[in-house]
Each structure stands twice: as C-alpha cells, then as structure tokens.
Design a protein around this ligand. Structure first.
Ligand code: HAM
Length: 405
C-alpha cells in the first residue's frame, strides 16, 4: 500500500480531472460507495472459484460478527447501491462512474499493489451493442486525452448462459486429454474454472492449449450477432482493436463482450484497464433483470506510464522576499490577500537572510519574485522580478493583484 506523495499527486489530480471531464461528456455521473461491504456481495458476484474470492480478499468479522470485506473492485458495490436505492427504472440507461481505492491481497510487484485505485464506469439498462461501442469509445477518448498511446484494445466474447455451458464442457474434455503438462494451478482449476486455463501466463500451459476450442467459435446466434455488431460499431467509430479469443477475465460475472487495454510497458502487469458486460448480475443480486457493461482503469499503472515530473508540484506565481520584521509582516498580509484573490503566493517563515530567501524563491520555481524592505513600505512601490529572464519592473503594491491575475 502506497502513500501518494506531494511530488506526484499532480499527476493523479490530472488523471482524475480528465476522467471526470470526459466521462461527463458521455453522460456519466459519479457515485461514491463505502470501501467496506458484506463479504457475501463479492462471493455472489465475482464468484467463489475466482482468485479474488479464493485468496485475495481482506475479510474480517466486525464487532457484531458480520463478515465484512474491503472492496476488491467497484462493480459489485455499484450494483448493490443501484438495487438498494432503486437507481434505475426500466427502459432507461443509467451511467455511473467512480474513483477510489480497492484492496486485494496479491503478491506486490511493479504495477500490482494491495491497495490500488480504479477509475471505473458502468452503463446499466441497455443490451444494444451500441452502448458497448460507446463505452469503449469513451475509454479510447480518455487515453487520447491523457496522452497515453502505447496501449492496444483487445476484445472477446464470453458468450452467455445459453452457449457457454456447452463450450465449457467441450473445453474440460479437451483439457482432460492434456493435463500432464499443465501447471499445478491449472490442474487444480480445470474443472471449476476451465476458461481461466486459457489465460494462464505459464508457457507450458500456453503451448499445451494452443489449439484449444475458442468461445467465439461456439457462440449462440444471439451472442454471435451481438459481437458482430460491437465490432461493426467500433469500426464505424474508428476505435482500433483486435480480437483476442483467449482473453478470459478473472471475475465470473462477465457475459458476451469483454475487453482489456494492454501495454508492453509495464512488464507482466500488462492490463491498464479492463471490463465487459455483466447482463444478469443485477438480477442475481436480487434486483431487476437489467443488463450492464463497464470498465475499470488502474490508476497506479497510468501514473507509471506517464512522466511523473510533469507539472506535479504547485509552482507559485509569486514569491515575496522580505527584509526585516516590519516588511515580513507586510509581506504576510500581502501574500494572504493575494492568495484570497487566487494568486499562488509564497514567502519564507523562518526569518532567513535575503540571499537564502532568494535561493528558496529560485528553487520553488516561482514565476515572479517581489522584494519588500523599509524603503518599499514607505513608497508603496517595489521591484517585481521575472525569474525566467531576470528582468525587473517597478510595481505599486496595491496594483499587484491586477498584474498577477
Ligand atoms: P479487473 O480486471 O480486476 O476488473 O481490474 C481492472 C484494472 O484494475 C486492471 O486492468 C488493472 O489496471 C487494475 N488493477 C487490478 N488489480 C490491481 C492491483 N492489485 N494493483 C494495481 N492495479 C490493479 C475489475 O475490477 C472490474 N470491476 C472492471 C469492470 C467494471 N468490469 C465491468 N465494470
């Protein structure tokens, strides 16, 4: 779990602001849910046989003996809230987004942490593949805006309760013939979660299953048509993508469209964003039979990909250096007035020498510096220095706000 320190927080704020701005253009509004939920919510939605539920949740009994879990993801809590607060009526689309911390007890490494942050979006109520394309367009737009181009979109279809069970049986039969070369994890899970084997990173598992049957070749008519339409709309909107028939998501609630935005810049943690459709999830949690689709972006992974120094520290517009106690008092009042007018002003609070104050002004990156001494107090005039080129101009202290805003 990491602190986000002041020298990188600017990047975080930039990413959060960009997401809020772009998502609102597409009609998404923010929802904030608690970081703690009943454990049962995640078992029922993410699935008992997934890595997240089997081994990664921060689960504990509270003082009343209820089993509680720090949210490992944002979709299930949003669905819980929708049901509880009756947020959607039939025949409408509800578009919700969120930014916040998630918790998974994973083995930490670059790009993988136990507390991490997601920016997520969920569109609920529409089965039409146009909404799949809209959600993917918005994701594409966001990455364009923040200037990350080294990502590619991979999509797949995981079918539905009509076509997947048959495919699953075929896949289990296929795997049974090839158990020996598989890693111990896959040997253990091929019955309970056979699709996950296709997604295993172990080379031996990949080689042994190169010709495994693919879900997209076994879709029912309705799913096949849906997937064809999603691709057609992505082409129409000029969103680049490729089909990855082996992509399987680590959460059980997905049906039909699933996708990942991957990069080769982060080593083995190559997904910077991921998501898909979860028609049936809301109903399985006791709500109305509404379809939904969404994604979540891993904020830490974005920060790793961006130049972290870019504009991260708050650079002052003005540093006021003062000579003597009376001037320091005047500088303090002036600085406070300027701050209230929206000017980023700074000064020294340690009674340092003028030379030391000027050094600090320089280090702070301040755009201007103002020196105030007894003479300036008497005349109400001072020299404003532009730090970039060292040029000075005489300014009236009472006209400073106008000059700097
Ligand atoms: P997920 O694939 O589990 O999906 O996570 C989404 C993204 O969160 C990942 O692609 C990655 O960028 C980031 N992430 C996941 N785990 C970690 C970690 N331990 N450390 C750092 N970053 C991490 C979901 O969570 C779904 N709820 C997404 C979704 C929304 N599907 C539909 N709607």
């Amino acid at each position: 779990m990491n602190d986000v320190l002041p020298d990188v927080v600017g990047v975080w704020q930039f990413l959060e602001q960009s997401a809020r701005e772009i998502f609102s253009t597409y009609g998404f509004t923010e929802i904030r849910t608690p970081v703690l939920e009943k454990t049962e919510l995640f078992c029922r939605s993410i699935g008992e046989s997934t890595d997240i539920v089997e081994k990664e949740m921060y689960t504990f009994a509270d003082k009343s003996g209820n089993s509680m879990t720090l949210r490992p993801e944002g979709t299930a809590p949003v669905m819980r809230s929708i049901i509880q607060n009756r947020l959607v009526a039939q025949d409408t689309v509800s578009k919700l987004c969120y930014i916040g911390p998630m918790f998974r007890y994973e083995r930490p490494q670059k790009g993988r942490y136990r507390q991490f942050h997601q920016i997520g979006a969920e569109a609920i109520g529409v089965e039409d593949p146009k909404i799949d394309a809209q959600v993917l367009l918005m994701l594409h737009h966001f990455f364009n805006r923040i200037g990350i181009n080294a990502v590619s979109l991979e999509i797949n279809s995981l079918g539905c309760p009509v076509c997947r069970p048959d495919y699953r049986r075929q896949l289990i039969q296929y795997l049974e013939q090839r158990l020996e070369p598989l890693c111990s994890e896959c040997q253990r899970r091929y019955q309970t979660n056979p699709l996950r084997v296709l997604d295993c990173k172990v080379e031996a598992c990949r080689t042994a299953t190169v010709d495994a049957p693919a879900m997209i070749d076994h879709l029912c008519g309705a799913c096949d048509q849906h997937f064809t339409q999603v691709r057609r709309y992505l082409d129409l909107l000029k969103v680049p993508y490729s089909v990855n028939a082996r992509m399987v998501r680590g959460l059980d609630y997905y049906v039909r469209t699933t996708f990942e935005l991957v990069t080769d810049q982060l080593g083995s943690q190559n997904a910077v964003a991921a998501g898909g459709r979860y028609d049936g999830l809301i109903e399985s949690l006791g709500g109305p039979p509404l379809p939904g689709i969404g994604f979540a972006i891993g904020l830490e992974r974005l920060v790793l990909m961006l130049d972290q120094d870019a504009g991260s520290l708050a650079v002052p517009d003005l540093f006021i250096a003062a000579l003597g106690d009376a001037a320091a008092e005047q500088a303090f009042v002036l600085m406070s007035q300027l701050q209230m007018q929206g000017v980023r002003a700074e000064m020294d609070f340690h009674g340092k020498s003028l030379k030391a104050q000027m050094r600090r002004a320089d280090k702070s990156g301040a755009i201007h510096t103002l020196i105030i001494g007894d003479e300036e107090l008497r005349s109400g005039q001072a020299q404003l220095k532009k730090m970039a080129d060292g040029t000075q101009s005489s300014v009236r202290l009472d006209a400073l706000v106008e000059m700097l805003t």
